[in-house]
Design a protein around this ligand. Structure first.
Ligand code: G3P
Ligand code: CA
Length: 267
């Protein structure tokens, strides 16, 4: 069912668990990956940034403050920016207890740890390069880890991995370094601008607040970087009525904190 859904053989859009199943477990942790797996969700989305010593780690905000205990563990290091901490320092943090006591001890995963869990669960990954302007070289380091973990072999790049970013230059860099990797651009380019994006990306992934059926069709009629129709994955849709509406627009995928709700509403 995983492969069939990913390839569109099942009815309804592909469901992608945003930061993992982040309504049910702390975002961007291994627990959130597992929560998606328990719901039978094939795709997880995450956010990748670089530590001070250049290690890709999985965390959304550019500050550690909201989702970890960094403020307590490292007083006096405001604003607790990811880029100011080494991987060893970040490994000491608790990224679970803010969400719920039962998640105490969940860490900020390195990308390596995260990929191993996704692989163990036989899931697929929509990897976001977050805030690329903050991290020169993040594309190279991310690809280095992906390759070391076997995620750039043919089966993974064909079916199981998409690399996306809000930064067009970052997506271009990934495409230039590894033209075999499927890529996505986060945003809503004007229809007139779409052809220039199609040269380096396979997906246009817009906020649900910015789209309608006409926009989705305008994207899908173009061919992307790998010669297949451009796909549209929209975010972040957490209620049933909105999920049914965007499915009616014809989107290819829905990125959601509540993947069970979206699946039930779109099948
Ligand atoms: O994958 C889409 C979505 O994650 C983009 O927004 O802020 O949640 O990373 P954000
Ligand atoms: Ca994201």
């Amino acid at each position: 069912a995983t492969r069939a859904q990913a390839e569109g053989h099942e009815p309804g859009p592909v469901v992608l668990a945003h930061r993992g199943a982040s309504a049910y477990a702390p975002e961007n942790t291994l627990a959130a990956v597992d929560a998606a797996a328990r719901l039978g969700i094939a795709w997880v989305e995450n956010d990748v940034q670089l530590t001070r010593d250049g290690v890709p780690v999985v965390v959304h905000d550019t500050s550690l403050r909201r989702t970890t205990d960094a403020e307590e563990v490292y007083p006096g290091r405001a604003p607790w920016a990811v880029e100011d901490f080494t991987a060893a320092e970040i490994a000491e943090l608790d990224a679970g207890s803010w969400f719920g006591e039962r998640f105490t001890g969940a860490g900020v995963p390195t990308l390596t740890q995260y990929l191993r869990r996704v692989e163990r669960n036989r899931q697929n990954l929509l990897l976001e390069i977050k805030s690329p302007e903050t991290y020169p070289g993040i594309e190279r380091e991310t690809l280095r880890v992906l390759r070391a973990e076997g995620w750039l072999d043919r089966a993974h790049v064909t079916h199981r991995l998409v690399v996306q970013s809000f930064g067009a230059e970052s997506v271009k860099t990934v495409h230039a370094r590894r033209p075999d990797v499927v890529t996505g651009f986060l945003g809503t380019p004007s229809p007139a601008d779409l052809p220039s994006y199609a040269a380096f990306t396979d997906q246009i992934n817009p906020s649900y607040t910015t789209i309608d059926a006409g926009y989705v069709a305008a994207v899908q009629k173009l061919k992307g970087a790998h010669g297949r129709p451009l796909r549209v994955n929209t975010w972040t849709v957490n209620d049933a009525a909105k999920a049914a509406e965007v499915a009616g627009f014809g989107v290819d995928g829905v990125i959601t904190d509540t993947p069970d709700v979206v699946r039930d509403a779109t099948r």
